[in-house]
Design a protein around this ligand. Sequence first.
Ligand code: MEV
Length: 316
Amino acid sequence: MITASAPGKCILMGEHAVVYGHPAIAIAIDIRSYCSIEPISKKLIEFQMTNYDTHLKFHDLTEMKKQMPPQFSQFSEVLGVLMEKFDIQIESISIRLYTDLWSGAGLGSSASVAVAFLCAISEFYNLNLSVEKINEYAFFMEKIVHGTPSGIDNAICSSGGALIYQNGVPERILLPKFSFLITYSGLPHDTGSILSSLRKKRDYLDGSLIEIEKITEKGIKAIKDKNFTLLGELCNLNQEILSNIGVSTSKMDEIIAISRENGAYGSKLTGAGVGGCVLTLGDISQLHKIQFILKKLGYSSKITHLDYNGGRIESK
Ligand code: MEV
């Protein structure tokens, strides 16, 4: 049996603006998704998504493409592309997917699962896919899931580490391993519908996106100067704009206010917003204190770290 994994991600700055060609900063996080593939004796394709209690069986890829529930169609579609490109027989296999990430929460769960899946498929069929190719196929899958994503999630989940991402081009940026707090606001979001509703307000958005770009540029400099307190303050400024464009929620605002009142360097939503997670930067003892206070209010959070590894094989 082959098992592959891939990290989730956080956007430090620049979400939404990145969809329109502005830069954003993304980091891979040490919460992962997993894909295990093994051969089976029956001439079937078994597909399991453990988090959703989904266990499906198909006689062949044609049936899989026809009968796959729409929320998982990215897997059957990409298998079709790989089958044509590499002339492989997708049969007599069991595919099991699992993620430790909250789904629909701004942590890149769909991209993370896609990268883990592609790494496992590449190993199982000896496709020898490079990180760039994994990223390219993961982007194909992300477009099926989210419509018009920027490609930042698949890029960071494939490569790991930290990236500045603009116009489809990832550029590595060096960041020391650091801890931060990720808090789930309690409601999932649907990135695709948030992206399409913002796209309808494009003219009204432009000024805000330029403001976000200015903050992101300062954030890049703060990272290069290793100035985490300034980075936190810039996160706060980025959050004001995200709130103005309507992608924060009262729960997210509450988490952010509590974080700031209790000594965080800064706190903002991460990812598409309208639900999902809040990212908090601060000294580790402060983060533990904030986590404790948030827990008493019913919020789940995790102390998380930058993960330098992207998609990888765990065992074979
Ligand atoms: C998603 O992690 C970040 C967004 O900017 C969407 C995208 O870039 O595809 C909201």
